[in-house]
Design a protein around this ligand. Structure first.
Ligand code: HEM
Length: 463
């Protein structure tokens, strides 16, 4: 009884700390505890923080069937509908079976061309902006526009006018912001209350549904319009077990969900990359030289990006320090026991992805940007897991990696970057966005350090 009273007494302070400095809250508990701890965050159910990789493995894999995403995801389900990243159980299993082929490694090269076109559009725009010298850009916005355009190209592009595409990007970003607000703030005014904001938001939802209806209708009605893109893969998806296809309503929910799951995540990894490389000039030089060497071999884009080993280390290190999904939650569907602690059905378990990535027990100098630490890979799989783990492992993982490397390849060869502010804090909401944007001075490169060693050897041979 005494324990219960103490828990309710501490509840407001815990919620306040979690809402204002969630990372400090998590880190404080992790540094104090080696195993699962009750963090008292909700009045109506127990909440625990998992404090070591074995406990995370227990929840993700060993006892994975007993844990689901649960009620914490209800607010976002009400906004964007039931899509793969937020559903559970048999429904999730069926959707995963149907959608997995669209993200299969062998299919991904089909998307590379559209991705490259979107990147080149951005690069050409930057060339125009920098033609008279250095220009300052909010790289976070630029990357959000880029990844939104990529997703839109693969889901909508050939079907709608440029105006409608721009409208779709705008509306989808509004939906993204609204979803974020409702997930992170339990006190947000519910959607059914007719506030000005909610009325405006409903109008946006209608607009995006109209656009999606038009896109789907056009694609379905014109067989000459067949295109091997993500939209077609989803339209063609069939459940092997039941022979069912996806209803139009479900397809629209999946499109919205893919947009939310796939744009801000990849955009934030790219934005932090340019920021940290500009602060670590030696690593930036290594990335540029690696790309230049790979390009000079004149292989295809996909072969080039397969050979970017150091750049791959950089991506991993960025996702260690700034994992876009920094904290996940699971609900216990039945009673369980973890490390001797009784977990009641309905309890919420917090999975601290960033907490593990930054824990000095597992990492030397975790605060430091050191991409070479990824030359060694003998870690517990739940000490480093930016794409999650177990059956819900990110389905867009390889897609995101392809976007990342193709962008790095085009951008690093053409531009130089300087940070306007060398220290930018992450704003910790669902993802870790740069607080106040990420402003950088961008300059078109005039001299290329192109493959110096090889050119030198070539010179010697020619002489
Ligand atoms: C660097 C970029 C990305 C990161 C770090 C990331 C991270 C994650 C994480 C941690 C999960 C697991 C969520 C959970 O366990 O509840 C997840 C799931 C998912 N992600 Fe990603 N993601 C990224 C990019 C993408 C992209 C580009 C797409 C699609 C275009 C995508 C689609 C999905 C989907 C569909 C799921 C749900 C999988 C399932 O439950 O079966 N993600 N992602």
């Amino acid at each position: 009884m005494k324990k219960k009273i103490l828990k309710y007494y501490r509840l407001p302070a815990n919620i306040k700390e979690f809402m204002s400095v969630p990372d400090t809250f998590v880190t404080r508990h992790l540094r104090k505890n080696d195993s699962i701890v009750d963090v008292g965050l909700f009045p109506s159910f127990d909440s625990f923080l998992l404090c070591n990789p074995d406990e995370i493995e227990h929840v993700y894999l060993k006892n994975g069937k007993q844990y689901q995403r649960g009620v914490l995801f209800d607010p976002i389900r009400k906004i964007i509908g039931n899509g793969l990243p937020i559903i559970d159980g048999d429904f999730w299993r069926k959707q995963r079976r149907m959608m997995q082929p669209a993200f299969h490694n062998q299919v991904l090269p089909l998307y590379a061309n559209e991705i490259s076109l979107a990147i080149k559009e951005m690069v050409n725009n930057w060339k125009e902006l920098t033609k008279n010298g250095t220009t300052t850009l909010n790289i976070e916005d630029e990357m959000m526009n880029l990844t939104s355009n990529i997703t839109l190209r693969l889901l909508f592009s050939s079907e709608i006018s440029r105006d409608k595409q721009d409208k779709a990007v705008f509306v989808l970003n509004e939906i993204n912001k609204k979803s974020l607000k409702h997930i992170t703030n339990p006190l947000a005014i519910p959607m059914w209350v007719p506030t000005l904001e909610n009325i405006r938001f409903k109008k946006h939802m209608n607009e995006i549904h109209e656009i999606m209806d038009e896109v789907i209708e056009k694609r379905k009605s014109d067989s000459n319009n067949y295109k091997e893109d993500l939209l077609q893969m989803l339209l063609d998806s069939v459940d092997d077990e039941t022979g069912e296809t996806m209803s139009e309503e479900q397809l629209k929910s999946e499109i919205l969900n893919l947009f939310i799951a796939g744009t801000e995540t990849t955009a934030s990894v790219l934005a932090w990359t340019f920021h940290l490389l500009a602060n670590h000039k030696n690593d930036e030089k290594r990335v540029r030289e690696e790309i230049e060497n790979a390009v000079s071999e004149k292989s295809s884009d996909l072969e080039i990006i397969r050979n970017l080993n150091f750049t791959n280390n950089v991506m991993q290190e960025i996702m260690r320090i700034y994992p876009p999904a920094w904290l996940l939650a699971r609900e216990a569907m039945s009673d369980d026991e973890i490390n001797g602690l009784k977990i009641k059905k309905g309890s919420q378990l917090l999975i601290p992805i960033r907490g593990m990535h930054m824990d000095p027990k597992y990492w030397d100098e975790p605060e430091k940007f050191m991409p070479d630490r990824f030359n060694v890979s003998n870690r517990h799989k739940f000490v480093y897991f930016p794409f999650g783990g177990g059956p819900h492992l990110c389905m867009g993982k390889e897609f995101a990696r392809m976007e990342y490397f193709l962008t790095m390849k085009e951008v690093m060869l053409e531009f130089e970057f300087e940070n306007v502010k060398s220290i930018v804090e992450p704003e910790i909401l669902i993802s870790l966005r740069p607080k106040g944007g990420l402003f950088m001075n961008v300059t078109k490169r005039t001299t290329k350090t192109f493959n110096k060693e090889k050119n030198q050897q070539q010179l010697e041979v020619n002489q």
